[in-house]
Write a protein that binds this ligand. Sequence first.
Ligand code: ADP
Ligand code: MG
Length: 146
Amino acid sequence: MKIIRTTENEMQTQAFAGQLAERFGKNAFYALRGDLGAGKTCFVQGLAAAIGIKAAVCSPTFTIANEYLGENGLRLIHVDLYRLSGPAELESIGWDDYLDSGDAMAVEWPERAGGELPERAITVEFRIGGNPDERIITVSSPDDME
Ligand code: ADP
Ligand code: MG
């Protein structure tokens, strides 16, 4: 299934993430593709708000993974694989444990994980549109997911 949405500012991108969290549940796995500055981290901020996370979500570029606790014990794992040397390094960040945890996951630069993405991954692709604040966001979910 495919959804295409154009947003005109950060708030709209965050609100769209919140709508997806309602639609796909609060423990979905999101693979976030797109260039630097395309809006991936902004999207994660919207997801976090929908999960009831009060902490400020910023890019985990230097730590690779950040864990946030939301309401009712819900957790969000925010991963940025930009600096990952290769799929072999996933083990050292506890990747498999994260996948097994059943928590929501949002992964920037998922290409760096090689084939290590779960089947349930929802791909969200960000492109910059015709003006600097326009983002074209394409969501592709696995076919067996509503
Ligand atoms: P990424 O994580 O993909 O590198 P960020 O989310 O950190 O990108 O940054 C997105 C940048 O683009 C921010 O500076 C934000 O203010 C800006 N921006 C402008 N328009 C939008 C929009 N429609 N949606 C999201 N971010 C936008
Ligand atoms: Mg980012």
